[in-house]
Write a protein that binds this ligand. Structure first.
Ligand code: EPZ
Length: 428
């Protein structure tokens, strides 16, 4: 297994080009199932999860053709998908096990074929990640759901989903995405209340509208979807990754550097830039993106994660790392997932002083971080260890970086280009 080695203490300076958003790509890809025509997605990030999703779609009978450079700064990656004939309506366990976002084939497959069988995704490092809301939303649209032998089977009586209204008791990004992708081909109209409003949901709705879907209320928590008979193809670029951009902004913060996040979309990340500004970083809108500069000691923060437009849970670990070197005590509260502090023990080994009480964490601040061998556990926790390594004295080796490769494209190239001493070393 590969690991990444960093010699800390360098102020980062320069520009980082932001890739397409992982969490948008993973909900745009299954839209190929909704039409017989060709769907081309541009600005696709080169990530393990995107490749895995392509393989899953191939299993279902979707043909995929990729263009654009595999590595390096070459032309943006594009994938053309065609689901003329669906070969199977079953997403197998060994693929779903590796990537829980596979559950996002459930809604579109049900809409297109009138039935879908997906292995239950199971939990992951940050929590048990149930899918009850996905299933309740589909049932509200007329689907019958049965769970047996570790699989969930959804079917539409009469072969076509009816449509219906559902109010989410908890905001759920994935459940909203599955519900929207099911509703667009329903016989009738569906209304979703307390729907997730993340920019990735807006990206999904914009793609579906480009394919011919009829959706009102895009960007709000009340979506009205008028089912249509069929959808066409489209050629659509994935939105820039707001979490990647926020992660590299924290790299500038923790090293006292100045980095331009080229391609970042400011409107998608106001909660992040507001928190960065509150910590004392300077935020400048440039013609190409956002420039983040840390030219003074960082101030402590009190942060509570929340669904969009609140502070994103996917940025909690990265801010915690940055706040380890702030002047004063910070308070973080993780309201979305029950176990998203896996980075804390590893940060402590680098000299951070952090107390965890249930879903709250107190970060002492003023730490003199020292390099160490640390273990990545989940995607965003891994990034927090990379950030700590950038500021730590001496050498840090982050092991099991396959977690990182799921969400950060060419991380060592991008950080190396702004002055970090960082390299990937092949594991034994
Ligand atoms: C998406 O996960 C993202 N993943 C996550 O990003 C992100 O952290 C999360 O949304 C919240 O923003 C992708 O988009 C691929 P949820 P998702 O359904 O859809 C509970 C990353 O690091 N819940 O919004 O799985 C759930 O347990 C990843 O890029 C139910 O109870 O998240 C959680 O407490 C990590 N029942 C809360 O809702 C359900 O049926 C929010 O989960 C579904 C969710």
């Amino acid at each position: 297994m590969d690991s990444i080695r960093i010699i800390g203490g360098k102020r980062l300076s320069g520009e980082i080009h932001i890739s397409g958003a992982k969490n948008s790509a993973l909900t745009l890809l299954p839209c190929a199932l909704l039409t017989e025509q060709k769907l081309t997605l541009g600005n696709l990030p080169r990530l393990a999860d995107v490749d895995s999703f392509g393989h899953l779609l191939n299993e279902l009978g979707v043909s995929t053709k990729v263009s654009g450079a595999r590595k390096g700064d070459g032309p943006k990656r594009r994938m053309t998908l065609e689901a003329r004939d669906i070969a199977s309506t079953t997403a197998p366990y060994d693929m779903v096990r590796k990537m829980r976002a596979s559950i996002l084939v459930l809604g579109p497959m049900l809409a297109r074929m009138g039935e879908a069988t997906v292995s239950l995704p199971g939990g992951c490092a940050i929590g048990d990640r149930p899918i009850d809301l996905h299933l309740k939303a589909l049932e509200a649209m007329g689907a019958t759901i049965e769970i047996a032998a570790g699989f969930v089977k959804a079917s539409a009586p009469g072969g076509r989903i009816a449509g219906g209204d559902y109010s989410f008791p908890v905001v759920s990004v994935g459940a909203t995405e599955n519900a929207v992708m099911a509703a667009v081909l329903a016989k009738g109209t569906s209304q979703l209340f307390n729907a997730a409003r993340e920019p990735e949901i807006v990206d999904l709705c914009n793609l579906l509208v480009a394919m011919g879907a009829k959706i009102d209320g895009i960007g709000s928590s009340h979506l009205t979807i008028h089912g249509v008979e069929a959808l066409g193809g489209a050629d659509y670029d994935v939105m820039p990754d707001r979490i990647e951009a926020g992660s590299y902004a924290c790299a500038a913060g923790i090293t006292g550097g100045s980095v331009e996040l080229v391609g970042a979309k400011a409107d998608d990340m106001l909660a992040i830039t507001n928190a960065l500004a509150a910590a004392g970083l300077m935020i400048e809108m440039t013609g190409r993106g956002i420039k983040v500069t840390a030219d003074r000691p960082l101030k402590p923060l009190a942060i509570s994660t929340a669904p969009y437009p609140g502070f994103p849970t996917d940025m909690q670990a990265q801010f915690m790392a940055m706040l380890c070197v702030a002047e004063g005590q910070s308070f973080l509260e993780e309201t979305i997932f029950e176990n998203r502090y896996m980075h804390v023990p590893e940060l402590r080994r680098m000299g951070a002083e952090i107390e965890v009480h249930g879903r709250s964490a107190i970060v002492k601040g003023g730490a003199k971080l020292t390099g160490a061998k640390v273990m990545a556990t989940d995607l965003r926790a891994s990034m927090s260890l990379i950030l700590a390594g950038l500021a730590a004295e001496g050498e840090t080796e982050v092991m099991r970086v396959y977690h990182l490769d799921r969400g950060y494209e060419r991380l060592e190239d991008k950080l190396g280009a702004v002055g970090a001493t960082i390299e990937r070393i092949g594991g034994g």
